[in-house]
Every structure is written in structure tokens, then in C-alpha cells.
Design a protein around this ligand. Structure first.
Ligand SMILES: [Mn+2]
Length: 312
């Protein structure tokens, strides 16, 4: 990230008192981590910060300091608005209406970003929004901030396993560990605290796994959530299991959100560009992880997606 962009952002922050920091709906580790890290950083700088995530963060991030300060709705006017990890403002809700563009900073790493801000820091070569923030915060953070940044990088790279893990990503991770981040503790908190209900849900979901050539399809129905006492929040990290079978290049998870709405998540090992596939259905994301929401029931959505995707 270039020095001029950082200077522009710092000037805007300097001139602002009330700042709204927000990220996308159904927040993942990068959304949660980036909102917490930047909010704590701005608070340390003496700003009045409102941190917003429209949906409750998944429970695996409850160990992060600052998570309790996040609200799910913000009204009124702010001096500055900072959108994190969002390709477009339509990715969130519960934010004030008619945000003036000149007061809006857009920091993101999705290549589908629509450059909706007055200032746009869009860096698709970065693993995560947290990795971008590291370069702004660098020496001026504290342990809580660095933990949040590490969490975002860790989760968006699938534990530094995905192709978006660059040499720079790993250097940034080392930098954070040198500053005191306990990487083993964070890995345990994030990846090794599934609830019993979620393990049961995973087991039901795995039973639905179907293979079509080099593609695998998995389903989570509302009935399965009910049976296991889980909610949609518990389903977020299950998508990866569609891809761990030998020879499978494309994984699809269908989640029944309601009788008229189905969430579709795509994962790829690199052969298929799932951002492109998801965009064909009004969604998007990254080359190796993307999704879309279809206003149809589970059955119809599956039929529709299979028709277009299975023979790719
Ligand atoms: Mn991200």
C-alpha cells in the first residue's frame, strides 16, 4: 500500500471526531477483525468511534477484546464513515442513509469492489482487509489490535492455506507474532471450539455430500439446524468441507435460509474461478471463495445451480 493513500486516510481521520466503522453482513473473521482493529486504533487516537456489524459475529470470535462494543445498527451523522471488507455498500445494512461520498473511505480486497467511496483503498492482491490495515496501523497498535488483525488474516487464508497467502501475508503474520500475538492460542480459539451442536450439524451436512465429476455438493437445511439446535451462524465455516475430498476442484454448499431464500457458497482449489460463477447468479467474492443468494427454495435453487455448474 502506497504512502500517499495512507496520508490521505490519516488526514481524513485527523479532521474527524465522530467515526463510523463498519463491515459486511454475515461477518467473517476478516470483517470482525478489521472492524475491531480499526475501531480500537481510532479510539486510542481519541476518536469517538461507533463500530457496526449488522449481524451478530460468529461465536469463534468472542475472545477478541472489543467485540462487545460492536453495535448492529447506527443512525445519525458522522464526520467520517469507514467501510471495511465490502465490495459494495449493498453488502451491509443498518447503516445511515445517504452517506456523503466525500466522507466515505472504502478499504477492501475484493476484486469486484465497486469503488463506492470518496477514497478507495482496494487491493485484491492482499489476503484480507486486515492485511491492508496492518500497513496503516503498523507500529501504533497494541496486543488487542494485533490479535484482531491476525485473526482476520488467519481466517481469510483458511489458516494460511489458500492461494491468497502471499510472501507478504506471511511476513505480516510474522510481524504480528513478533509484536506479541499468540498464534497458537488464536488458532485454537478460531478453529478448535466447535460446539457439540455444530459438530452434529457438520456430520449431517457431510451425509448429504454428493460428487459430480470434480465437483462436490453439500446441503444444510433448516430442518438440520433445528435438529442440532444450531443457527445459520454455525454454518459459516462448514463450506470448506465441500473441497477437502481428493480430486474435487469445486465445492458448493447450499444453505436453506428460508422457504423462499437459499444461500449458495462456492469454493475452488484454483481450477474454477468461483467469483465469476457467483457473479453469474448476482453474487461474487474471490476466485477461490464466493457466494450468492437466490430467492428460491432449496430444491429449485439446487436445480438451477446444478444445471449451470455441473458440466463446467
Ligand atoms: Mn475479507
Amino acid at each position: 500500500m502506497d504512502k500517499e493513500s495512507i496520508a490521505v486516510i490519516e488526514q481524513l481521520i485527523e479532521n474527524s471526531d465522530k467515526i463510523l466503522v463498519f463491515a459486511h453482513k454475515r461477518p467473517d473473521g476478516d470483517a470482525v477483525g478489521s472492524v475491531i482493529a480499526l475501531s480500537l486504533f481510532l479510539e486510542n487516537a481519541g476518536k469517538k468511534v461507533t463500530s457496526l456489524l449488522p449481524d451478530t459475529p460468529p461465536p469463534e470470535y468472542d475472545f477478541l477484546k472489543g467485540i462487545d462494543g460492536i453495535v448492529n445498527k447506527a443512525k445519525g451523522e458522522f464526520d467520517l464513515y469507514i467501510s471495511l471488507d465490502e465490495a459494495d455498500l449493498s453488502r451491509t445494512y443498518n447503516i445511515p442513509e445517504n452517506i456523503p461520498k466525500e466522507k466515505l473511505i472504502n478499504i477492501d480486497h475484493h476484486k469486484s469492489n465497486t469503488y463506492f467511496g470518496g477514497v478507495n483503498i482496494v487491493l485484491p492482491s492482499y489476503s484480507s482487509t486486515c492485511e491492508i490495515l496492518i500497513e496503516i496501523i503498523v507500529e501504533r497498535g497494541d496486543t488487542d489490535i494485533y490479535n484482531a488483525l491476525y485473526t482476520g488474516m488467519l481466517t481469510d487464508t483458511g489458516g494460511f492455506k489458500f492461494a491468497n497467502t502471499s510472501v507478504r501475508t506471511l511476513k505480516h503474520a510474522i510481524e504480528l507474532i513478533e509484536k506479541g500475538v499468540n498464534h497458537a492460542y488464536i488458532s485454537q480459539m478460531v478453529f478448535m471450539r466447535m460446539t457439540r451442536g455444530k459438530i452434529k450439524l457438520l456430520s449431517l451436512a457431510l451425509e448429504t455430500l454428493d460428487f459430480y465429476g470434480d465437483k462436490a455438493i453439500m446441503t444444510i437445511s433448516l430442518d438440520m439446524l433445528k435438529k442440532t439446535g444450531t443457527t445459520m451462524k454455525d454454518t459459516e465455516s462448514i463450506t470448506g468441507y465441500t473441497l477437502i475430498t481428493r480430486g474435487i476442484e469445486l465445492g458448493i454448499l447450499f444453505r436453506e435460509e428460508s422457504k423462499t431464500r437459499t444461500r449458495v457458497s462456492f469454493r475452488s482449489k484454483g481450477k474454477y474461478d468461483v467469483d465469476l460463477i457467483a457473479r453469474g447468479f448476482g453474487g461474487g467474492g474471490h476466485k477461490e471463495a464466493a457466494g450468492c443468494t437466490i430467492d428460491e427454495n432449496l430444491h429449485t435453487t439446487m436445480k438451477m445451480i446444478k444445471e449451470k455448474v455441473i458440466d463446467l
